[in-house]
Design a protein around this ligand. Structure first.
Ligand code: SF4
Length: 319
């Protein structure tokens, strides 16, 4: 039924990105992994993906590439989907990077996906709590040598977007395995970025209007460009009419995140788009609820009542 399913691997991330609130859950993720609770949740994801057979799966975290059982997880879902978008921060040690079991993964199905917090050396330390920029670049280079697709997204409302893209091209030899794209807003971390997004709204709008020029001017080289959320959200950008939203109209996406879990009870939160207010969403009790509920609530449709608080429209607004 759903074209995309998004799941969250419960394993700690090493990054400390300024805009992200998920790394605050690292101690919890570590505890859930050590007690075996994470495995219960991950098995549930596998079951849902096999049942729903989505066109694409999005695997976030935590840090999925540090999760010791990641190859087994990916192999368990590979036959049930056409594409697995695997999020990574590229912020880990060389040893951790060298240990990653890429040889055991279904690389032909995988797109390693990354949003650049800011690809500028002078801003990088402050935004990553001091993670070494050169290590980050070296990790990308290591992965770039693998026969796997790589996707890098840049944030449309960054003042120095052109400089970020130029530096990225200078530091990395882009080939046909790279895809570059733009993210309309960085919606991670609830409302952490609200002020920055609203202050730069005019710039983002101007760039979205002149997208063709922007892409031509960037000279992506052999990398291809993919419009991503700009394309998905285009109907709403016309006049902000919720009724046009693709996420509301058809079952485009089912996305899970951890709500709460311990050894006796594991509860996930699920939503049908990336821009729902952070205090909304349905709950799913693993082992108690019927997976039919995941589809029934889309059809029932009361989630649409929250669209008046759509984060995309609130922070970014129509063009
Ligand atoms: S919250 Fe926004 S993006 Fe999500 S379904 Fe509603 S209008 Fe669409």
């Amino acid at each position: 039924m759903f074209k995309y399913v998004r799941v969250q691997i419960l394993y700690p991330c090493r990054a400390r990105c300024a805009w992200c609130s998920t790394h605050h859950k690292n101690p919890l993720f570590r505890h859930l992994y050590d007690t075996g609770v994470a495995e219960t949740v991950h098995r549930f994801y596998i079951q849902v993906i096999r049942d729903l057979q989505p066109e694409q799966v999005f695997v976030s975290g935590g840090e999925p590439l540090l999760y010791p059982q990641i190859a087994g997880f990916l192999n368990a879902i590979a036959d049930a989907t056409q594409q697995i978008n695997l999020f990574t921060s590229y912020q880990y040690s060389q040893e951790a990077c060298d240990r990653m079991p890429f040889g055991q993964m279904p690389l032909e199905k995988i797109v390693l996906t990354h949003t650049c917090i800011c690809f500028l050396q002078d801003r990088w330390p402050e935004l990553t709590a001091g993670f070494p920029f050169e290590r980050y670049v070296e990790n990308i280079r290591t992965v770039a040598r693998l026969p796997v697709r790589k996707r890098f997204k840049f944030i449309l409302n960054h003042a120095d977007l052109d400089k970020e893209i130029a530096l990225f091209q200078e530091r990395l030899a882009l080939d046909h395995t790279f895809e570059l794209g733009l993210k309309v807003i960085n919606e991670q971390g609830g409302v952490l970025n609200r002020q920055a997004i609203e202050q730069t709204r005019d710039l983002a709008h101007a760039r979205a209007r002149a997208l063709e020029q922007l892409v031509d001017g960037a000279g992506w080289g052999r990398a291809s460009f993919m419009p991503g959320s700009l394309e998905t959200m285009a109907p709403l950008l016309v006049d902000g009419d919720h009724g046009r939203c693709r996420y509301r109209r058809k079952p485009l996406e089912l996305r899970f995140a951890l709500y709460k879990a311990d050894t006796t009870d594991q509860v996930l939160k699920y939503r049908y788009c990336p821009y729902f207010p952070s205090d909304s969403g349905y709950r799913f009790h693993i082992g108690r609820d019927d997976t039919y509920k995941l589809q029934k609530n889309f059809r029932r449709g009361d989630f649409r009542d929250h669209c008046s608080r759509c984060r995309f429209l609130t922070h970014y607004g129509p063009l």
